[in-house]
Write a protein that binds this ligand. Structure first.
Ligand code: GRF
Length: 194
């Protein structure tokens, strides 16, 4: 069975969507490890699902942090998922997992990506720009922040009454579906190659 590792920093609703998709048979894989760069609610979700969870010190220098994370990842891991992971991984790490490490971002990349664009800031930028649609992107991770090849995008309308919070709340539901769909696609493609 394919093995995946999930990296988290926050509430972990995307992690929960993966856990639930495995439970209901939508995804045929096992989460071998959850790694967080800070104490966060996602760790509680991992524990509740009996998944080994580790916290790494986010204040470590970038290469050091990536090396520490590597120690918790089996060499035969099929996919690494950044599900709300806020630390930046170093180029050696992303290169060594090329095409096997993915991220979910709450905008239609390449719009509203890059350093500092996370959380409500993304939705505030969408509203400030008077965009009529937003969405989320699942993409491969390379050494450019939010810059890897796009795997999947989902769109939602922006309503005149929206504020950053309502937009975030509506989009996160769609993110969960997009992430599960992208994982399913990648795992089935890698099975076909093997
Ligand atoms: C999501 O909006 C995701 O797109 C972004 O960080 C947030 C994580 O939310 N990268 P959660 O921790 O999965 O609830």
């Amino acid at each position: 069975m394919p093995k995946i590792v999930v990296l988290v920093s926050g509430s972990g609703t995307n992690l929960q969507a993966i856990i639930d998709a495995i439970k209901t048979g939508v995804l045929n894989c096992k989460i071998s490890t959850v790694i967080a760069d800070r104490d966060c609610y996602a760790i509680e979700r991992a524990k509740a699902a009996n998944i080994p969870a580790y916290i790494v010190e986010r204040k470590l220098e970038r290469a050091n942090l990536s090396q520490t994370i590597s120690k918790y990842i089996d060499k035969d891991c099929d996919l690494i998922i950044l599900a709300g992971f806020l630390s930046i991984l170093d180029g050696n790490f992303t290169k060594s997992w090329e095409n096997k490490i993915i991220n979910i971002h709450p905008s239609l990349l390449p719009k509203y990506g890059g350093a500092g664009m996370w959380g409500l800031k993304v939705h505030q930028a969408v509203l400030a720009n008077k965009d009529t649609e937003s969405g989320c992107t699942v993409h491969f991770v390379n050494d450019e922040i939010d810059g890897g090849k796009i795997i999947h995008q989902e769109r939602i309308p922006v309503y005149p009454a929206d504020d950053a919070q309502t937009l975030q709340k509506r989009l996160i539901q769609v993110e969960h579906q997009a992430l599960v769909l992208a994982i399913k696609k990648l795992l089935s493609e890698s099975k076909n190659i093997c």
